[in-house]
Design a protein around this ligand. Structure first.
Ligand code: ATP
Ligand code: FJF
Length: 301
């Protein structure tokens, strides 16, 4: 007898999909250091990192991004496909190179990083064509499922998305790409429907003030017009804020072995928990546990 399996729930992941080039050294580093170490290349970009975690947690991420038709682009598309992502709707540019991110990490943490997402920025609204040309959705039948959107897109395109009928029925969940790009998410404050995932620092940048707790940050963002926000704060309590009130949860205590990626893991686990029908408190607690397990070095949901 063949067993019928339910199709995996689909989620659009919109934003950066690029190659991360990471140089790591066991030495303490400072400006001008020239030290022995390892240099690796792996798929990265915020949208890709979220998609990878969503795929691990049992969803089917559909990527909307720009990738070059260069050999680096072919290899990246192949890697994404192998990781369980739908790549058929990716905009493959003939003339733009595949984007790259480069970071240097020493024993004393991240020394510096440069995100070259120029091709994504130059491609602009072309990456969104499948939402209007009928391949994923159309003007008459806009996309109605979940969307994870990253803040690597230009402010102009993010403003367009916030106002676009193509996203009017979507369950829009937005994450900043880096603290440096946090302010690009401002169009989603007045948006009325989007859910923002931010850490305490990013919440402060969006509200142009400092917050001491995730509760204060969530309340501040709601006051500024956000419909719903999830504010994390490392090992301290995180908060889910909306007009209905604030829900707080505390991450379990763990021994930290890695931190980069904690926010993406939190967001993906939270989306999956809500897709499975968890209420606000349960979804927050599950996401906090998943992200804490991630920073401890374990990865299971
Ligand atoms: N030291 C820690 N102990 C336990 N859980 C942690 C710790 N650091 C992070 N986490 C988990 O990860 C979640 C997100 O962490 P954080 O607020 O640092 O996000 P972030 O700054 O966006 O992360 P990153 O940018 O490093 O991916 C926390 O809410 C928590 O569940
Ligand atoms: O501006 C950006 N900075 C960093 C990232 C990505 O985040 C990860 C590091 O925090 C890494 O995968 C990088 O590509 C990005 O997409 N845009």
């Amino acid at each position: 007898m063949t067993r019928q399996t339910a199709p995996l729930p689909e989620i659009l992941c919109i934003g950066s999909v690029l190659w991360d080039i990471i140089g790591r050294s066991a030495s303490h580093m400072r400006q001008g250091s020239d030290v022995p170490g390892r240099i690796t290349r792996l798929p990265g970009g915020v949208a890709m990192n979220i998609a990878m975690t969503l795929a691990r947690f049992g969803m089917r991420p559909v990527l909307l991004t720009a990738v070059g038709q260069d050999p680096e682009g072919d290899e990246l598309i192949h890697a994404c496909h192998e990781l369980g992502m739908e790549t058929a709707h990716v905009y493959r540019s003939e003339d733009l190179p595949t984007d790259r991110y480069m970071a240097i990490e020493g024993a004393n943490g991240l020394i510096a990083a440069i995100a070259d997402a120029h091709s994504l920025e130059a491609a602009g609204a072309k990456i969104l064509r499948p939402l209007t040309d009928g391949s994923l959705a159309s003007e008459a039948a806009p996309f109605e499922g979940p969307v994870a959107l990253d803040g690597n897109l230009t402010l102009m395109l993010l403003e367009e998305i916030a106002a676009s009928p193509a996203f009017a029925r979507a369950d829009l969940r937005v994450a900043p790409a880096s603290p440096g790009k946090a302010e690009r998410l401002r169009p989603f404050l007045a948006h009325g429907r989007a859910l923002l995932y931010v850490n305490l620092e990013e919440a402060g940048l969006l509200c142009q003030r400092e917050f001491d707790t995730s509760e204060a940050a969530a309340a501040g963002l709601i006051e500024r017009g956000a419909a719903r926000v999830l504010v994390t704060n490392g090992n301290k309590p995180a908060c889910d804020g909306s007009a209905e009130g604030l829900v707080t949860g505390c991450p379990p205590e763990v021994l930290v072995t890695r931190v980069t990626g904690a926010g993406d893991t939190f967001m993906a686990a939270h989306i999956v928990a809500e897709a499975e029908g968890c209420d606000r408190q349960e979804a927050l607690d599950r996401a906090l546990r998943a992200a804490a397990r991630y920073v401890s070095g374990e990865t299971a949901f």
